[in-house]
Structures are given as C-alpha cells and as structure tokens.
Design a protein around this ligand. Structure first.
Ligand SMILES: [Zn+2]
Length: 266
C-alpha cells in the first residue's frame, strides 16, 4: 500500500493531524549532525541522509508513516577541530529530543521511531530510548536506532572497502550523497585515510562494533577529517546502499507497528 498523501509532518495542517488515526500512525524523527565531512562532502551529510532514508522508508511502508522535520544539529564534539562543525551539548540534544517526543505524545501519537544517522549521537539515543520509554510508558512506544547499523549485514555484503574503509565521509556516506545529491560531492578533493586507532580493542569502522567506548578526537585520526575510503564511492553503489538501508528501515517500521500497544504489557 502506498501512503495516500504527504509523508512530511511539516506540510500538514493542524486539522490534518487532529484527523489522523494517531494510534496506527508511526511517527519518525530523523537525527543527524552538522559537522565536517572531509574535504569533499557537505557539513549536513548526516541529517540529509537520515531524512532521505526516513522519507523513502515511509513511502515503502505497508502502513501510515509520517516523518517529522529533523533538527539539523547533533553531538559533534569530536569534530570541533575542523571548521564548520557545530555541536550541541549531549544534554541539549537529549532535552531537544525529549521535548519533541513529549509534544507528539501530548497530541496522542503512540508509536515513535528515532532514526539516527550520526555515530556520535549513538549513546544519547540509547539513553533517550530508555528514559523516554519509561516516561511515556503506557502512553507511547518509542524506539531508537541508527539506520546504517540496522542494515549492517546488507551494507557488509555490498561494501568494496576493507575494514577501516567505512567510517566518516567514506565509501558509504560518499556513495549515498553521490546518489541523492551529486552536486554536493567534490570527488576530486576526497582523501582516503585508513586510520590506526592504536589498539585491537578499538575500531573506527562504521560496522566495527567494538565493545569498548572511548573518546576519538578526529584530528588525532585523520588530517582531512575523513575516515575511510571515498575513492571507492560511486553513485551506483550509493543507489544499492540506499535501497538496502531503506528496505531494512521499512521492515523495522512495519514490525514496530505490530508491537504490543502502549498500555498493554503482555
Ligand atoms: Zn556522516
């Protein structure tokens, strides 16, 4: 079933929202960042991507999905050595998301998914899923995910780069922007960096999944700010990644729609 109208929350009127089946509608809040993406990619890469992925997943979903307008900024302290990076304090990011989710729960929405597109937001969204889930228990179900982790198996099967080739402004992100907004990619300026994080317990790879948490300041890992291999990026690869991540997100949303309704614990 194709959604019969806009998927963009900001394009609805207040009466449109009041008339929605707010129990059946899944609301998606994309998150990202405004931060350096090497010498060849735009500052807004992460938010551009999470928004585009969310809109396409909403379109592919079997049911009604609305995508909230994303707040542009995220937690980017580790990028501040590079010009143009803007960071919220972690507590500001959390307070902002708490207020947005609190508002839509106030208006009766009961199924909310936070779709994150920036690794640096990961710890905050983990905590938000727990704290907001507790706060709105009985009123709404809230899930949070990072979309490229949701699709990690599919991305791993498509990637050309060896471990370390996907991290930041890398094969993955560059291909995705080449597919969606090619005019924003300056491929001739791209620089490849396979960073050495200094220990077998650490990884910078997008799919790396180390159990250890520590602070990586990007200026210590890369002169250009890039982690990984953008030279392997192509628009065709971007189309394949985009299809894989939107399919994974659609599958999640359609499953989430069937989770135990809020207020019923079993
Ligand atoms: Zn990024």
């Amino acid at each position: 079933m194709k959604y019969d109208g806009t998927m963009r929350f900001e394009e609805l009127t207040s009466p449109d929202v009041a008339a929605l089946d707010r129990d059946a509608t899944v609301l998606v809040l994309p998150l990202g960042s405004v931060e350096q993406h090497g010498h060849h990619m735009p500052l807004g890469t992460d938010t551009l991507l999470s928004h585009a992925v969310s809109l396409r997943a909403a379109e592919r979903s079997a049911g009604k999905v609305l995508v909230l307008p994303p707040p542009w900024y995220g937690f980017s302290a580790h990028h501040m050595a590079f010009a143009g990076s803007i960071t919220l304090r972690a507590e500001t990011l959390m307070a902002m998301v708490e207020d947005i989710v609190g508002s839509v729960v106030h208006h009766g929405f009961r199924r909310i998914v936070i779709v994150n597109g920036h690794g640096g937001n990961g710890p905050a969204i983990d905590l938000l899923a727990a704290t907001l889930g507790h706060r709105h228990h009985g009123a709404a179900r809230i899930a949070a995910l990072t979309y490229f982790q949701l699709a990690r198996d599919a991305i791993a099967a498509l990637r050309q780069s060896r471990p370390g080739g996907m991290g930041h402004a890398c094969e993955f992100e560059t291909s995705m922007i080449q597919h969606l907004r090619p005019e924003l990619v300056h491929s001739g300026l791209a620089q490849t960096t396979y960073p050495d994080p200094g220990s077998r317990y650490l990884t910078t790879d997008l799919l790396g999944g180390s159990a250890v948490r520590t602070y990586h300041d990007f200026q210590d890992l890369s002169d250009s700010g890039t982690l990984g291999d953008p030279s392997l990026a192509t628009p065709e690869q971007g189309a394949a990644f985009f299809d894989a991540v939107t399919q994974a997100l659609t599958a999640f949303i359609d499953d989430f729609r069937g989770w135990t309704p809020p207020g019923r614990t079993r």
